[in-house]
Design a protein around this ligand. Structure first.
Ligand code: MN
Length: 709
């Protein structure tokens, strides 16, 4: 180490300190739950983000070397490939690898931050900004331990890109041309939607070149090599291409062609369709509608996920500020500090796209705030180091920096301590999925709401109809229909939807060229079913499910996974099939009310939300309206964990049913439709039709049934 300069040593030291700090803070969760067995599986904590099971499935299959056709396993994605690599070379269990990957990868953010500060000759700025950015509220939330998702590198990679373009423009050194291009290649590999930020950087550099530095050939070389790296073609072609371009740029005799090369790169960019994703994005914003209609044919209307997953909407300023800087005061100081920093060091204006994306949060949803965290951390860190500059002694300088740094870090650390996110599943649920893995074949389908799709595929290695990425209105409709309709109808829909799903995959594979050439949109399964059964009105087809309609040939088994935790989302699940597909009219909501906190006073049980039960007169009061009760059901597990139930019919003409699930301490208030739904009949009452279903796994957490037809 003797040859390293003092500055280099200090840079490395700061990086190490900040990295260690970032990792240590992320371990707080680990120690908070150290003894909590419900969060563990195979002796390790489970992950806490649903989408993580998607990448985990891909990584598992890469390591296994095989996966099933059309099982939607993402074996070609970067996150799965990198995870598989780590799991392969590191001496830890797969569970440990995916649990800890976010900690170590996201902490790498301190490196570009400190390197950027180094280019401003202010290493202390880098250290303070790195400490704050690494644990900044929203950055922490999406990169904490077990938050196994692409977020773990989604900010790190553009920060490296920012570093390399800053250094490129400041030094005009050739090596930053290739570093920038490689950055883009890696970033695009990791996160295919990265084009938006890359293009913004490109535009900003172009603007900067035209306004301030028009004669500098280097800038155009930088732009050209960036454009080549961004072409909408396979990475394996772009990689040698940027190497070749870099080689040409290094040759004296080719200098005069630099402009031509830039022009060529731009033409190629458009020709390769590099701009297409931006177009479709814009189109998506313009036509953001509640219901999506089919292109032709029956023009069915489906309920859109956008209506339920709404993290957008109006975000209060203090939430926004907290998420970016940890505190409103820090946020304001950060914005002011960044303006001052950009004034003193114009080069920092190159960071504007990241801030812009962060501020998109106010329209695009909270998840965008994460992009502004590192850049605005520079703002407050710059103010701190500027204040310290006025201090007369070295000691006072140090104390100033330390005191202010602690002050800005403090709210973020408090947040970390309070942010006790649970794992996606608990260990009992995962045991069920593990058991199912031993029962179901890999080609079999498990019907479940999309929230359970990825975990089911990871733990049980089965196929699913919907999941965290495949949950549009048209694919959700049949599943929603199955869970909320009577079991005989649902059973038929299950067989239909599974066989139609497989048929669709086959059709797409056999007609790949045709679909691409004509830009075909395939009809939904439900539309295909309607037509193939000779109907022109989907409602008529749905009604025909009550009759003996012809079912497709059975190619595999189908299971139903019904977790108790779906109680919380039953009404959301139902929404997707409560729409009249022909005219987009929403049907009346059915009654499903679950109460886990209730109070009994004599013969009145108060279930909350203005709902109370009169045990003596067998009536229920909802919003001051008294109604008779049809059935009063009590369920309980006996010593052998067999479900026992006691059903009392109070008024056979009434419409409302009450179920008391005594072991769960849960009251359910249901109308007839909900009472007769597959979910309630099979999960809550274990009242299943022996000709249609077979009980496979029953546990208080979830029940699994096998379809017999
Ligand atoms: Mn599989």
């Amino acid at each position: 180490m003797g040859t390293l300069t003092k500055e280099t040593k200090l840079t490395l030291l700061y990086m190490a300190v900040a990295f260690f700090f970032s990792v240590a803070v992320r371990m707080i969760w680990y120690y908070q739950f150290a003894d909590y067995e419900a969060f563990k599986f195979n002796g390790q904590f489970m992950i806490n983000t649903n989408d993580g099971y998607f990448w985990a499935e891909g990584a598992r299959d890469i390591l296994a070397g095989v996966h099933q056709e059309n099982d939607l396993s993402p074996t070609t994605t970067a996150a799965s490939q990198l995870s598989a690599l780590f799991a392969y070379i590191l001496p830890f269990s797969f569970e440990s690898v995916i649990l800890f990957m976010p900690i170590f990868l996201s902490s790498l953010i301190v490196i570009p931050i400190i390197l950027i500060a180094k280019s401003l000759d202010n290493l202390e700025l880098g250290l303070v900004a790195a400490l704050l950015a690494s644990i900044g509220h929203s950055y922490y939330n999406r990169t904490m331990i077990g938050y196994y998702d692409t977020d773990m590198l989604n900010i790190v990679l553009p920060m490296f890109l920012l570093w390399s373009i800053i250094w490129a423009i400041k030094t005009n050194e050739d090596k930053y041309l290739i570093i920038t291009a490689l950055d883009i290649l890696v970033y695009r590999w990791w996160y295919p939607q990265s084009y938006a930020l890359e293009l913004s950087f490109f535009g900003l550099i172009l603007l900067y070149s035209l306004v301030f530095d028009r004669k500098n050939l280097y800038n155009y070389k930088l732009l050209a090599i960036m454009m080549f790296a961004m072409l909408n073609i396979d990475g394996f072609i772009r990689f040698p291409l940027v190497i070749a371009v870099f080689y040409i740029f290094r040759q004296e005799k080719f200098q005069k062609y630099s402009y031509h090369i830039l022009a060529a790169s731009i033409v190629l960019f458009f020709a390769s369709g590099g701009f297409d994703p931006i177009w479709s994005q814009l189109k998506g914003y313009v036509f953001k509608d509640a219901v999506t209609a089919g292109e032709e044919g029956l023009k069915l209307h489906f309920y859109s996920v956008m209506q339920t997953v709404r993290e957008a909407g109006h975000i209060p300023f203090n939430v926004f500020a907290d998420r970016i800087s940890g505190h409103v005061v820090t946020f304001i100081a950060s914005v002011a500090g960044f303006i001052y920093l950009a004034y003193r060091h114009k080069i920092m204006l190159l960071a504007l796209p990241l801030i812009g994306l962060g501020f998109l949060a106010s329209v695009g949803g909270l998840r965008f705030t994460i992009y502004a965290v590192p850049v605005l951390a520079f703002g407050v860190a710059f103010l701190i180091t500027e204040i310290a500059r006025f201090m007369p002694t070295k000691r006072l300088k140090f104390l100033t920096i330390a005191a202010f740094s602690l002050a800005v870090l403090y709210p973020n650390i408090v947040h970390v301590q309070d942010y006790k996110v649970p794992t996606v599943f608990n260990s009992d649920e995962v045991k069920i999925l593990e058991e199912l893995k031993g029962i179901a074949d890999r080609e079999d389908y498990v019907v479940a709401w999309w929230d359970y799709g990825y975990p089911l595929r990871y733990y049980s290695d089965v196929k699913t109809l919907i999941d965290g990425g495949k949950h549009s209105g048209e694919v959700n409709f049949p599943v929603s229909f199955m869970l909320t309709n009577p079991q005989d109808i649902s059973a038929k829909m299950a067989r239909l939807d599974v066989e139609y799903t497989e048929k669709r995959f086959k059709f797409i594979k056999e007609n790949e060229e045709l679909i691409k050439d004509k830009n075909l949109t395939l009809f939904s399964n439900i539309e295909q079913m309607t037509k193939e059964h000779g109907f022109s009105d989907t409602n008529d087809f749905l009604l025909s499910l009550q009759t003996d309609l012809k079912l497709p040939e059975k190619t595999r088994d189908i299971y139903f996974y019904l977790p108790y935790r779906m109680m919380d989302i039953y009404q959301t699940v139902e929404m997707f099939s409560s729409i009249n597909l022909m005219n987009a009219e929403m049907k009346n909501r059915s009654l499903f009310y679950a109460s886990k906190s209730f109070k009994q006073e004599q013969n009145i049980v108060n279930l909350g939300n203005g709902i109370s039960l009169d045990l003596k007169s067998a009536t229920i009061t909802i919003n001051n309206q008294k109604a008779p009760i049809k059935r009063f059901v009590q369920t309980m597990y006996d010593k052998d964990m067999k479900l026992q139930k006691d059903i009392k019919v109070a008024d056979s003409m009434a419409e409302i049913n009450v179920i008391y699930m005594s072991n769960y301490n849960t009251f359910l208030v249901l109308d007839e439709k909900t009472y007769n739904s597959l979910y309630v009949q099979l999960l809550v009452l274990e009242e299943y039709d022996r000709t249609l279903f077979e009980e496979v796994i029953t546990s208080p957490q979830a029940k699994v049934y096998k379809l017999k037809i």
